[in-house]
Design a protein around this ligand. Structure first.
Ligand code: AHM
Ligand code: MG
Length: 339
């Protein structure tokens, strides 16, 4: 329970940080608050799943050909409504919508930012009550005026203004970066306020966890297969064999690895050479957070943050975690070439 004298609320934190940006007029602060408000509404609905009619499929597919869950649709609509009403965001790219949603109303078309988001990541886990998340990327628009465009959203991670995720887990947390470290806020459900609980989050130097869907082993590139074997070898000096942990929710797997020290791997496969995860609203925001937490994020050869997106729903392999672990993975990838 929150004790008022000891806490920093999310709003207090971002207002304090705003003073570090002398030209800031509070737009990013308001945008982050809009995201936090939507997250609280989504959180309320997730917590009631099983009691209200929100579990199950919505009876349609998204642009990736994946079955949409009712909660996917609810979360998507909640974030869109909050961002459209907030006036700071002129366009959104969402996993659930094929095209950019641009806000051409008088109010939001003046917004300086665009948001790419996965409103409910890991949604195949909803029915089994496993942690799920929301992931978001915030870019400054490059277009001059009017509702935002696709060009505003097709920016490399290096241009990110802010990125974050919400984890709906045993508690609900909002973790984000604006390029000055990573901070985590836990929702106090009794008062509905996110409070700073994890200041300046950093990966441990040494990780002992590897997270990968090993069921796909036969489809993995040789470098990844070799790295998995390396993780399983006995070498007490380097804490091997590592522990294997895989939830199947990127946000939850990444969050655990950030706190406990571990590498997350979603490689390209012979079936899906670019892997499964989407660059704009899964890989790039997680990469920004990873780097700001002292870690690294790579597609196996190249820094995720440097990849220039060509399409909204483009996929990329993702390897992220403590720097030394990702370096090791990359060395195996290099040795094995593209096999
Ligand atoms: P989603 O956006 O449709 O939920 O898919 C993304 C999720 C990630 O959270 C997770 O890392 C990955 O899919 C798990 O995929 P797999 O079941 O192939 O291991
Ligand atoms: Mg998703």
């Amino acid at each position: 329970m929150v004790q008022r004298s000891k806490i920093t609320t999310l709003t207090e934190f971002i207002i304090q940080r705003q003073s570090e940006y002398p030209h800031a007029k509070g737009a990013l602060t308001r945008l982050l608050n809009d995201i936090a408000t939507a997250a609280k509404i989504v959180n309320r609905e997730i917590n009631a799943a099983g009691l209200v009619d929100i579990l199950g499929t919505a009876g349609r597919e998204n642009v990736q050909g994946e079955t949409q869950k009712k909660l996917d649709v609810f979360a998507n609509e909640t974030f869109i409504t909050a961002l459209k009403g907030g006036g700071e965001c002129c366009a959104i790219a969402s996993e659930e919508n094929e095209r950019v949603i641009n806000f051409s109303n008088e109010f939001s078309s003046l917004g300086k930012y665009v948001v790419a988001m996965d409103p409910l990541d890991g949604s195949s886990n909803i029915e089994s009550n496993v942690s799920i998340g929301t992931i978001f990327s915030i870019y400054r628009r490059v277009s001059e005026a009017g509702g935002g465009t696709q060009e505003d959203l097709l920016q490399a991670g290096l241009n990110l203004t802010a990125a974050g995720y919400v984890i709906y887990g045993s508690s609900t947390m909002l973790v984000f970066t604006t390029g000055k470290g990573v901070n985590g806020f836990t929702l106090d459900p009794s008062v509905g306020i996110f409070c700073l609980s994890h200041p300046d989050m950093r990966f441990p130097e040494e990780g002992k966890i590897y997270s990968i869907n090993e069921g796909n082993y036969i489809y993995f590139p040789q470098g990844v297969k070799r790295y998995i074997k390396y993780c399983q070898e006995n070498d007490p000096e380097t804490f091997r064999p590592y522990t294997s942990r895989y939830i199947g929710s990127l946000v939850a797997d990444f969050h655990r690895n950030l706190i406990r020290g571990g590498i997350f791997l979603y490689p390209g496969t012979t079936k899906q050479p670019q892997g499964k995860l989407r660059l704009l609203y899964e890989c790039a925001p997680i990469a920004f957070i990873a780097e700001q937490a002292g870690g690294k994020a790579s597609d196996g050869h190249k820094r995720i943050m440097e990849i220039e997106p060509e399409t909204l729903h483009q996929r990329s392999p993702l390897f992220t975690g403590p720097r030394a672990m990702v370096d090791k993975l990359e060395s195996f990838m290099k040795q094995c070439g593209n096999k």
